[in-house]
Design a protein around this ligand. Structure first.
Ligand code: FAD
Length: 509
C-alpha cells in the first residue's frame, strides 16, 4: 500500500517531496483541471515571440478576460480552470472572498508568489517553533525559486537566507521609492517599519513583459505544476485524476471514496485539498460528531497613494513586472503585537482600467486624465494577523456544499485604522501622498491567507490536530495544507504551509 496525497497544489507537492525523499510510495489524486487547449494555444503563441514584437491587439486579447471576471473570481491565462466558481463550493458565495481550486497545481496557477517565512515571535504560541520549521523552509527553497536580495528584512526573517539570490529588477517607481526610503533609516525605525525588496517565487529569467496579473506566458511565476513535472519522473510517484468525496480510517489503512463511487486503500492519507475542500472532506468523513469548523482569516486592506516625484521613465512601458515590488513590515506594539505585512504594487493595467470604469462615465472625455493619474498611483496591500481578523464558520449543507457565516472580529477596524495611519507616515517618507480616505478593506477570505480550522496543538482536544496535522480521533489522516496551522500570521502564508507540509511528510512514521 502507498501513501495517498489528496491535492497537487503547493502543500501537496511539498509533502510528496518529503515522503519520496524517505523512500515512500506516493499516489497523488486531484480532479485534474487544466488550461483549455484554446487558451494554451494563445499562451504558446505569446511565449513563442519577443514581447517587443507583440501587437497591441495580441495584448488586448490576452488581458481582456481578466478585466471581466465575476465578483470573487480570479482569472489568469484567460481561463477559470484554476478556480472553482464560488456557487459550486459555497451556498452563499457572496459572503466570503475565498474560493477552492480543482486544478492540477491548485491556486498556485493564480497566486501572487510573494514569499516570506514566519517571524519567530509571531508563532511563539504554536506547538512547533521556528527551529522546527527552519530545515523545512530550507528544503522547500531547494525547489521553490525565490528572487530577492539581502536587505534589512533579513534581520526579521533570518530563516530565509537571501545571500546569493537574484532579485527581479524593480519597476522605475519602486526603484525611486526604495532609494528614498533607504535614505530614511531613522525615520523608518521611529515608525517601527522595516522595508526591503519583495521576495517572489519567480524565476529571475523573467522577460519583464508586464503580463504577471494576466498569466505569465512562459511560466516564470512558479506554480506547483513545475515541481509536479519533476515528481512525475520519480519511479515511486504516481498521479491520477480523482475527486475525493470522503475517507474512512480503519486499524491498518484508510479507505478513500471518490465522487464516482470508486474506493482506494492507503496506508496514510495526507490531505492537501486547500482549506475549503479539506473542510468539506473532514465534515463529510469525520468519525467525531464534528458539525462545524472555523477558518481563521488574515484580513487585508488596500491603501492607494500618489507619488509627487518624476520617474526616470514611464512606468507603463516595458520592461517591468507587476507583482509586489516592496515589502514593508510594521513592528510596533502600538499598532499590533504581531507584524503587519505590506506589499507595495506600482503601475499595472488595472489602475487605469478601474479608474476609467468607476469615474470615466461621470466625466465624458476624461479617460486621458485617469490614465495619467494611474501612472502616479502606488497601492499598498496590508495584511493583519488572524488574531485581529474575522473567522469563517463552515458547516456541511445537505447538497454537499459548504454553508458559511462570518464571525467579525471587534479589533479589525481599530487595528486597520492604526496600521493605515502608520503606513501613511511611511508613504510620506517615500515622497508619496497617501489617500487614506480611499483605504479599502478586502472581503473576508479574499486575502486567501486563510486556514487554522483544525489547529495543531501539543495535546489536541476536539476540533484540533496533533503536531503531525492529525485531527483528534484519527491516526492515519494528516492535514498538510493551511487547515492545521495554529494561527495565520500576517506575513505571506504559503511558504510556511509548504514548510509545514514538508515537516509532516518528513516526520510521519
Ligand atoms: C489570487 C491569489 C493570490 C495569492 N497570492 C499569494 C501570495 O502572493 N503569497 C502567498 O503566500 N499566498 C498567496 N495566495 C495563496 C496561495 O495561492 C495558497 O495559499 C496556496 O496555493 C495553497 O496551496 P494548497 O496546495 O494548500 O491548496 P490549493 O492550491 O487550493 O490546492 C488544492 C489541491 O487539491 C485539489 N483538490 C481539491 N479538492 C479536491 C478533492 N476533493 N479531491 C482531490 N483533490 C482535490 C486541487 O485540484 C488542488 O490540486 C494567493 C491566492 C490567490 C487565489
Amino acid at each position: 500500500m502507498t501513501d495517498l496525497v489528496i491535492g497537487s497544489g503547493l502543500s501537496g507537492v511539498s509533502v510528496a517531496m518529503a515522503l519520496l525523499n524517505r523512500g515512500r510510495q506516493v499516489l497523488m489524486l486531484d480532479p485534474g483541471g487544466r488550461l483549455e487547449a484554446s487558451a494554451q494555444d494563445r499562451r504558446d503563441k505569446l511565449a513563442a515571440s519577443d514581447p517587443d514584437t507583440w501587437s497591441v491587439d495580441d495584448q488586448k486579447i490576452w488581458q481582456a478576460p481578466q478585466f471581466d471576471t465575476p465578483p470573487g473570481q480570479v482569472r489568469r491565462f484567460g481561463s477559470d480552470f484554476a478556480m472553482v466558481p464560488g456557487a459550486k463550493t459555497l451556498v452563499s458565495p457572496d459572503q466570503i472572498g475565498l474560493r477552492a481550486s480543482h486544478a492540477t497545481g491548485g491556486l498556485s496557477n493564480l497566486w501572487g508568489s510573494a514569499v516570506l517565512p514566519n517571524r519567530a515571535e509571531d508563532i511563539a504560541d504554536w506547538p512547533i517553533s521556528i527551529e522546527d520549521l527552519s530545515p523545512h523552509y530550507r528544503a522547500v527553497a531547494q525547489f521553490l525559486p525565490i528572487s530577492g536580495r539581502q536587505d534589512d528584512l533579513q534581520a526579521l526573517f533570518p530563516v530565509l537566507a537571501m545571500r546569493d539570490r537574484v532579485p527581479l529588477n524593480p519597476s522605475p517607481q519602486a526603484q525611486q521609492m526604495l532609494q528614498m526610503l533607504e535614505q530614511q533609516e531613522s525615520g523608518l525605525s521611529d515608525f517601527g517599519a522595516t522595508i526591503g525588496m519583495s521576495r517572489l517565487a519567480v524565476d529571475p529569467g523573467c522577460q519583464y513583459c508586464g503580463q504577471c496579473l494576466h498569466g505569465c506566458p512562459w511560466g516564470y511565476i512558479y506554480s506547483a505544476q513545475k515541481t509536479l513535472d519533476d515528481l512525475r519522473h520519480h519511479s515511486a510517484f504516481q498521479i491520477r485524476t480523482g475527486l475525493v468525496h470522503r475517507f474512512e480510517e480503519h486499524t491498518d489503512h484508510v479507505t478513500v471514496t471518490l465522487d464516482n463511487g470508486e474506493t482506494l486503500k492507503a496506508t496514510r492519507v495526507f490531505v492537501a485539498a486547500g482549506v475549503l475542500e479539506t473542510a468539506r472532506l473532514l465534515l463529510a468523513s469525520s468519525p467525531e460528531p464534528t458539525t462545524s469548523l472555523q477558518l481563521q482569516d488574515s484580513q487585508h486592506f488596500f491603501l492607494p497613494s500618489l507619488h509627487r516625484w518624476r520617474v526616470p521613465r514611464r512606468p507603463d512601458q516595458r520592461p517591468y513586472h507587476t507583482l509586489p515590488q516592496i515589502f514593508i513590515e510594521l513592528d510596533d506594539p502600538k499598532v499590533s503585537p504581531h507584524l503587519v505585512h505590506t506589499q507595495v504594487y506600482t503601475w499595472n493595467e488595472f489602475y487605469a482600467h478601474d479608474l476609467i470604469n468607476s469615474y470615466g462615465s461621470k466625466l465624458p472625455g476624461s479617460a486621458p486624465l485617469w490614465r495619467m493619474l494611474a501612472r502616479r498611483l502606488i497601492v499598498a496591500q496590508a495584511f493583519l494577523h488572524s488574531a485581529h481578523s474575522a473567522r469563517i464558520n463552515l458547516t456541511l449543507a445537505t447538497d454537499g456544499r459548504l454553508a458559511s457565516t462570518v464571525n467579525p472580529n471587534d479589533e479589525t477596524e481599530t487595528v486597520m485604522a492604526r496600521a493605515t495611519s502608520r503606513l501613511a507616515q511611511v508613504m510620506k517618507l517615500a515622497g508619496l501622498a497617501p489617500l487614506t480616505f480611499a483605504r479599502r478593506p478586502g472581503d473576508v477570505g479574499s486575502s486567501f491567507h486563510v486556514g487554522g480550522s483544525v489547529p495543531m496543538a501539543k495535546v489536541p482536544s476536539s476540533g484540533q490536530s496533533d503536531i503531525l496535522g492529525r485531527p483528534k480521533g484519527l491516526s492515519r489522516v494528516h492535514l498538510v495544507d493551511a487547515s492545521s496551522l495554529p494561527s495565520i500570521p500576517a506575513t505571506t502564508i504559503t511558504f510556511s504551509v509548504m514548510a509545514n507540509a514538508h515537516r509532516i511528510g518528513t516526520l510521519t512514521l
